[in-house]
Write a protein that binds this ligand. Structure first.
Ligand SMILES: Cc1cc2nc3c(=O)[nH]c(=O)nc-3n(C[C@H](O)[C@H](O)[C@H](O)COP(=O)(O)OP(=O)(O)OC[C@H]3O[C@@H](n4cnc5c(N)ncnc54)[C@H](O)[C@@H]3O)c2cc1C
Length: 435
């Protein structure tokens, strides 16, 4: 971060803090800037620009159990989608097998590679059944599914406050392993939970961790909208396929962040956009003052308690119906319930006098979360097979014959449209997965 900060200073780059991007200014597949909301003053402003790079990060907050922070609401993905950009691989949502119940703090894979075991309520090391060779070190999707299977089959342990869980046990490990390899886990358990992991196992469940899908980009970080680029977790070049390997996600930030920067460096930063020559109304589809008026009216008529309850509804729906195990029935139900949540949210206009002004942007975040959720559900419904992190109980096998394709999602005439794009394999063909 220090290096980044130095570069920002050296290049005299202006940072605008507390501006929340709402939408892109665009017309006929070309991006001309963005509209943002100032969280301190509740004001909306249009920013015209030759280039926009969306690097808004993950969308994990659409699930109740996630290792992501609460601001991971998929804004960039939803913003690009509403402007007509293609989204790709949205059905591939990674769940990390070991997060603490309650807080969803991630317990590093290092714990299992140092020798920690997973136990069910009978004290059985159940991974021997699901992945006899790799055991606890099988890929994230397999360990997560195994844990959920154990819990669903009644082999989870009961907690008085939270849902059933599985134990991650370190009690058989030597002091030197705990101190040399897992001192951070040991310290965290001791300070946060008042637990000595040498004596007491951790209570864990899987939690949403990473989105393999996102805004479709090419190797130059260009999206399907002219002048709109993307990098980081909100983008998707499919570098991770259907299932990211641990430790690899920073490719999207470091490698593609650099590429995006290089790509746009040929634009002369001294040539300012002539704002007066741009007809703002044309690019947002209605007169500018109406847009701003509408949003300001909206801000005065939001019941944030209602927004918060709708958000919780969305999160539990996504967790129960669009999580680790999916079926046609669950996904269809999710799709219709999402539509109800959205319709009710858009028509709700009861002001709550207890609103805390600063947090009205949660309304916009929720609308983004609903768009992202809809894209995930629609892609998951279309992919009638199981691959990587996407597991369909009604289509449990991988089907390379019919499904070596990416699912693309696009908003077209106000409707979500899905399409398929073949996976191009030049080198290594997919093999069977045995662990
Ligand atoms: C617990 C945990 C552990 C991880 N460990 C690893 C690891 O060991 N190795 C690895 O490779 N990866 C790891 N990852 C994944 C990796 O951290 C993320 O993929 C990566 O940080 C995403 O970076 P990003 O820049 O795309 O998004 P972020 O770092 O989330 O940055 C996005 C930025 O955009 C801003 N933003 C969002 N919406 C808006 C809006 N509407 N308007 C204005 N600004 C907005 C946000 O405030 C934020 O500052 C881990 C993730 C988690 C959650």
């Amino acid at each position: 971060m220090q290096r980044l900060y130095e570069e920002v200073k050296r290049n005299d780059i202006q940072i605008l803090e507390n501006w929340h991007v709402l939408d892109l200014i665009h017309k006929d597949g070309i991006c001309y800037g963005l509209i943002a909301f100032n969280k301190d003053h509740n004001k909306i402003k249009a920013f015209f620009s030759r280039i926009v790079i969306l690097a808004t990060g993950p969308a994990g907050h659409i699930y109740s159990n996630t290792t992501n922070s609460t601001n991971c609401t998929g804004d960039g993905v939803a913003i690009a989608y509403r402007a007509g950009a293609y989204l790709k691989d949205m059905e591939f949502v990674q769940f990390h097998p070991t997060s603490l119940i309650g807080s969803n703090i991630l317990i590093t894979e290092r714990a299992r590679s140092a020798g920690a075991y997973l136990f069910n309520k009978n004290g059985e090391r159940f991974m021997t059944e699901y992945a006899p060779f790799s055991l606890e070190l099988a890929p994230r999707d397999i360990v997560s599914r195994s844990i959920i299977n154990e819990i669903n089959d009644g082999f989870g342990l009961k907690d008085s406050k939270y849902d059933d869980y599985i134990e991650l046990s370190f009690t058989h490990l030597s002091d030197s392993v705990l101190n040399e390899k897992l001192s951070d886990v040991k310290d965290m358990a001791s300070s946060l939970l008042n637990i000595d992991i040498k004596k007491t196992p951790l209570k864990i469940i899987p939690a949403q961790h990473y989105m393999m899908g996102g805004i479709l980009i090419n190797v130059n970080c260009e999206t399907s909208i002219q002048n709109l680029y993307s990098a980081g977790e909100c983008s998707c070049l499919s570098v991770h396929g259907a299932n990211r390997l641990g430790g690899n996600s920073l490719i999207e930030c470091l490698v593609f962040g650099k590429i995006a920067g290089e790509q746009i460096s040929h634009y002369d930063k001294n040539t300012k956009v002539d704002i007066n020559s741009i007809d703002f109304d044309k690019y947002i589809g209605r007169p500018a003052e109406h847009y701003i008026e509408d949003v300001e009216n909206l801000l005065n008529n939001i019941d944030l308690e209602y927004v918060s309850n709708s958000c919780t509804k969305l999160q539990s729906l996504m967790t129960s119906n669009v999580g680790i195990l999916r079926t046609n029935e669950l996904l269809n139900k999710a799709l219709s319930e999402l539509s109800i949540i959205k319709t009710q949210l858009l028509s709700n206009s009861s002001n709550n006098p207890n609103n805390f002004e600063y947090s009205v942007f949660h309304y916009f975040e929720l609308l983004n979360m609903l768009d992202v959720a809809e894209a995930i559900v629609s892609s998951s419904l279309l992919r009638e097979e199981s691959r990587g992190s996407h597991f369909r109980l009604d289509f449990p096998l991988r089907n390379d014959k019919d499904w070596l394709s990416h699912v693309l999602v696009q908003l077209s005439n106000s409707n979500l449209k899905t399409s398929l794009e073949p996976v191009i394999i030049n080198d290594i063909f997919p093999d069977s997965r045995t662990y």
